[in-house]
Design a protein around this ligand. Structure first.
Ligand code: N01
Length: 582
């Protein structure tokens, strides 16, 4: 094969270790980024810590793991052919199927040849003279690239509380986010589960089916709405596929990037009877859309109280032992922590071999050889599952020593909380892009369109840079400060900012409490990104290449020219930052 025939990545590899772009992570973000870089004829190397593609879906193989957004929407939209050829088996597809989808995408677009698996990036450093990033890995690779793209995921760095005596425990300890690939058979075992977030809510009913005894340690009770998952109806699938682009466009115009029924009316303007009827209607639909029963649930405490009462009544209606039901009833804001979607979670506690232990007042003291001690009691186990979540949004960045201009590290810069311009990049780190970084809608929107929008924006930006022969792009401090302030201000409007959730970093001891994702609504954010781009990258300094901040001539992301769906937003709501994001 001649040099002309080989692809750009191969040419770079042949000539050394210099790439146009290095991408960290081969989950849905890194995969799409690689595909787009190739489309633009750029050379790229992707590093992935896992043994294959899929990111979060590669690691989170715990029993019951599945998507809690409809699979017809939680999927890539960039290829009409891909949309048409892939079929989901269920409304909310299970983890193995989502991983199979990622694998199919990797095969279909021949992605794996530019991905180095089982390789973790340890360092990324910017050289102000060469204007390039040097990226190092735990396998001794050292490569350089003009662009460094962090596709590290928002919920990837596992949170493992440093329980005293953990190593003394003789049985296995699993984390839901690092589940063994061969699965775990809990048959006949005494199992302890720590945590009651989404991962526990999904896994507890399945573990209970196998285990001889199951004990769940609950620090904070959790609201969960039934999934009512079901096989995907072929007629429904066909109706979507008949005009998938139109359906995707409708979803992009919604505050969460997900299309489902939404009622804008305020709960407080309905009577008690009307509210109960509405909640029953939305409960029967199930899942996260339940939060769309009324438009003010996440903004007015009195409105939230009505839905919280309804949910508690549901728990009490399911759980037979009133004392256990009381323990399972949360007393905090409904939907303040991320709402969970369940299939038989509360019902599990009606089984005689399942126990609930409240550790809200008496935290887990320590592990022993035989089990866990709390409140002066030792609980004996054969195996323990930590469903203790993630160091969200910033944890994956923390794992890499990222050094920008003048030796500034990202960890130092973010010590008081993440600081970005639009969640895309950060002052002091030229040409470093973050896919769904803190300060973008990310975890408060459908992750896959969020990823696609970021990647498309970055590709437009890179094309603009390359056309002009520019060297670097970096946000201006004033714009970054304004954006951080805006993200913070908008979050205060929502009740979501008021509780100890992973959205604010409260689940990891020592983390600063800052509301990290942008809660102002996906399409509003998208339009802001568009305005920045069409304004000639307003708020960014572009160095080299003449008049680099001139408005760009090309913009191949037409699909992101989103008209807001005003059926679910009003101008007054937008002005007040009260856009309902579930
Ligand atoms: O983690 P979590 P997760 N002692 O942080 C408890 C996404 N996801 O993995 O609430 C005792 O929600 C902690 O208690 P508290 C989704 O976005 C999606 O379940 O901090 N308990 C909490 O109960 C989700 O929100 C799906 O008081 C301790 C639990 O551990 C996000 O990932 C499925 C403790 C952690 O809950 C994270 O979910 C799964 C300690 N020392 C996950 N430390 C889908 O369906 C922590 N806890 C798509």
């Amino acid at each position: 094969m001649t040099a002309e025939q080989s692809n750009p990545s191969e040419r770079a590899a042949e000539t050394g270790t210099a790439f146009d772009a290095v991408v960290v992570g081969a989950g849905f973000a890194g995969m799409y980024m690689l595909h787009c870089l190739r489309q633009q004829g750029l050379s790229a190397r992707v590093y992935e810590a896992g043994g294959d593609v899929g990111g979060t879906w590669y690691w989170n193989r715990y029993p019951g793991a599945r998507c809690d957004l409809p699979s017809m929407q939680y999927s890539y939209s960039f290829s009409e052919e891909l949309d048409q050829e892939w079929s989901w088996s269920e409304k909310y597809s299970p983890q193995p199927e989502i991983l199979a989808y990622a694998s199919h995408v990797a095969d279909r677009f021949d992605l794996r040849r530019d991905i180095h698996f089982d390789t973790s990036v340890t360092k990324a450093s910017f050289d102000d003279i060469t204007k390039r990033w040097t990226v190092e890995t735990d396998r001794g690779d050292q490569v350089t690239a003009k662009y460094c793209i962090m596709a590290v995921g928002c919920l990837s760095a596992t949170n493992k509380p440093p329980f005293e005596g953990l190593d003394d425990f003789v049985g296995p300890v699993y984390h839901t986010g690092e589940w063994p690939h061969d699965g775990v058979d809990f048959s006949g075992l005494r199992v302890g589960v720590i945590g009651t977030g989404s991962s526990a809510i999904q896994s507890v009913p399945i573990i209970a089916e196998q285990a001889a005894q199951l004990t769940v340690f609950q620090r904070t009770a959790t609201y969960a709405v039934p999934a009512w998952n079901e096989k995907l109806d072929p007629e429904f699938e066909k109706s979507i596929k008949d005009d998938y682009p139109e359906f995707r466009a409708k979803a992009r115009a919604r505050p969460t990037g997900v299309y489902f029924p939404f009622n804008l009316e305020p709960a407080l303007e309905s009577t008690h009877e009307e509210r109960i009827a509405k909640y029953e209607e939305f409960w029967a639909r199930g899942g996260l859309p339940f939060l769309g029963a009324y438009g003010d649930l996440l903004f007015e405490k009195d409105a939230n109280d009505t839905v919280a009462d309804f949910a508690r009544d549901k728990i009490r209606g399911i759980v037979k032992d009133p004392a256990i039901a009381d323990l399972l009833c949360p007393d905090n804001i409904f939907g303040c922590k991320r709402l969970c979607v369940d299939s038989g979670y509360y019902e599990t506690f009606n089984q005689p071999h399942v126990k609930l232990v409240d550790v809200s007042e008496h935290p887990i003291e320590r592990f022993t050889k035989k089990g866990i001690v709390t409140g002066g009691t030792e609980y004996e186990f054969d195996a323990v599952v930590c469903a203790t979540g993630f160091a969200a949004m910033t944890g994956s960045f923390d794992k890499i020593q990222i050094t920008g201009r003048n030796g500034l590290t990202l960890a130092e810069k973010w010590r008081g909380g993440p600081r970005t311009y639009l969640g895309l990049s950060s002052v002091g780190f030229p040409n470093l892009f973050m896919i769904t970084g803190p300060g973008s809608p990310s975890v408060l929107a459908n992750m896959i369109p969020s990823i696609e929008q970021h990647v498309d924006w970055m590709m437009d930006c890179i094309a603009h840079m390359e056309e002009r022969g520019a060297d670097t792009i970096e946000p201006q401090l004033a714009y970054e400060d304004d954006w951080v302030e805006h993200v913070n201000e908008v979050s205060k409007v929502s009740l979501r900012s008021t509780c100890s959730s992973w959205y604010v970093g409260a689940n990891v001891p020592g983390y600063p409490r800052v509301f990290m994702p942008y809660i102002g609504g996906f399409p509003i954010y998208v339009n802001r990104c568009n305005d920045v781009m069409t304004g000639g990258y307003t708020g960014f300094d572009i160095s080299g290449g003449g008049d680099s901040n001139a408005p760009p001539e090309i913009c191949w992301t037409e699909k992101w020219h989103v008209e807001l769906d005003m059926e679910v937003m009003t101008p007054a709501m937008i002005a007040a930052g009260r856009v309902p994001v579930i």
